[in-house]
Design a protein around this ligand. Structure first.
Ligand code: ARG
Length: 394
């Protein structure tokens, strides 16, 4: 029988999709799950997939790869879609696409499938990713094709076929989580004027409920990579998980935004990304400390473009790769320490230090020890203003 590799989460949609793919397309279903957020019980997930009708399962902890190959480039790029969203979900999808292709090739599968809906960005990211990496693979998106219109119909289908599903009361929200952040949508959040209820948040405490005393973090970067926090060495995944926990307690990294989806819809999204918020701020600060003005100002334009490319599903594209090279090019200078203060919903940089600092106290000072040649300013302004002389005369 022909095979399909399905990106499987163990939730209702993809559990039904296993059976649906075999019933409607006559395919053997191989399930693939990547742990890039919470690590679930592997054994249980395999059992669940089997009970739904999977012939084989690949369940893999890919947090390390996710952090190194997807989060780090985005951190170096200072990538935030529309100036806010640090792209957690958008970064996870190309990793899934890459591994769907890998498993499909290994299994000799002709098809891959995913559980994305027909209205979102995620279908684009997975499908464009898969087609870029292996255009021979055929893609099936059960949620776009099947007949179910409601959750209840899906539950009915699952019950009729003994597909194990959790009978817990479904959350009214659609949540996607990985270590770089959580996206929360649907339910009451669709009313753009309604303040997100506190229970919608998963990872952060309300700022008002944050500890009274601010907390200071000294984050140490080595060639652009965060390696220590308050003197304690951590690998990337540990660092991100630690910062999610600590900054999350202070209500850092909450975003409420109306964003422009690639497919033309404006959607209301709630994001939680405490570690991303802290690390982006810290990295931006340190880079600003060690790089020159021309570089920094130009980089801002490229960061915006980069975030768009990632959001639009073009992770595996030449421009995105070229921009990665650009952002990587100066990282050896991004070495040093940043002092971050967590305080009631805010992460603020309150100090920085680096052996590559371009900030020179003796040039900046208004006190004793000033070495700046004030007289030289005269000539500078004469030339700088030359082209404009008289231009504003009436
Ligand atoms: N709007 C975000 C994006 O396009 C998040 C989508 C996450 N999906 C979800 N089921 N909440 O990246």
């Amino acid at each position: 029988m022909k095979k399909v590799v399905l990106a499987y989460s163990g939730g209702l949609d993809t559990s039904c999709a296993v059976k649906w793919l075999s019933e409607n397309h006559g395919l053997d279903v191989v399930c693939f799950s990547a742990f890039i957020g919470e690590v679930k019980d592997k054994g249980k997930l395999i059992q669940k997939a089997q009970a739904a009708g999977a012939v084989k399962s690949y369940i893999e902890d890919l947090k390390r790869e996710f952090a190194k190959d997807f989060i780090m480039p985005a951190l170096w790029a200072h990538a935030r879609y529309e100036g806010k969203y640090p792209l957690a979900t958008a970064l996870g999808r190309p990793l899934i696409a890459k591994h769907l292709v890998r498993v499909a090739q290994k299994e000799g599968a002709e098809f891959v499938a995913h559980g994305c809906t027909g209205k979102g960005n995620d279908q684009v990211r997975i499908e464009v990713g898969v087609r870029t990496l292996d255009p021979k693979l055929k893609i099936i998106a059960p949620l776009r094709d099947w007949e179910f219109k409601t959750r209840e119909e899906e539950i009915e289908y699952a019950k009729e076929r003994n597909i194990p599903i959790e009978v817990t009361k479904a959350s009214p929200y659609s949540i996607d989580k990985n270590i770089w952040g959580i996206a929360i949508e649907a339910g009451i959040l669709e009313d753009a004027m309604v303040e997100p209820p506190e229970e919608a948040y998963v990872m952060t405490r309300a700022a008002a409920k944050a500890p009274k005393k601010p907390k200071y973090l000294i984050i140490e970067f080595d060639k652009g990579v965060p390696v220590k926090v308050n003197g304690v060495e951590k690998d990337l995944v540990e660092m991100i998980e630690y910062l999610n926990a600590v900054a999350g307690q202070y209500g850092v990294g909450r975003f409420d935004m109306i964003e422009n989806r690639l497919i033309g819809i404006k959607s209301r999204e709630i994001y939680e990304a405490p570690a991303a918020e802290v690390l982006l701020k810290a990295h931006e600060e340190l880079e600003g400390f060690v790089m020159d003005r021309e570089f920094l100002h130009y980089k801002r334009l490229l960061s915006e473009k980069y975030a768009e490319l990632v959001y639009f599903g073009l992770w595996f594209s030449p421009l995105k790769s070229a921009l990665d090279e650009f952002f990587k090019s100066n990282q050896k200078r991004v070495t040093g320490k940043v002092r971050i203060k967590l305080d009631h919903g805010h992460a603020v940089c309150v100090g920085r230090q680096s052996k590559y600092a371009l900030y020179k106290e003796k040039l900046a000072t208004y006190s004793k020890g000033d070495v700046f040649d004030r007289k030289a300013s005269v000539g500078f302004m004469k030339i700088w203003g030359l082209p404009y002389e008289g231009m504003g005369e009436k």
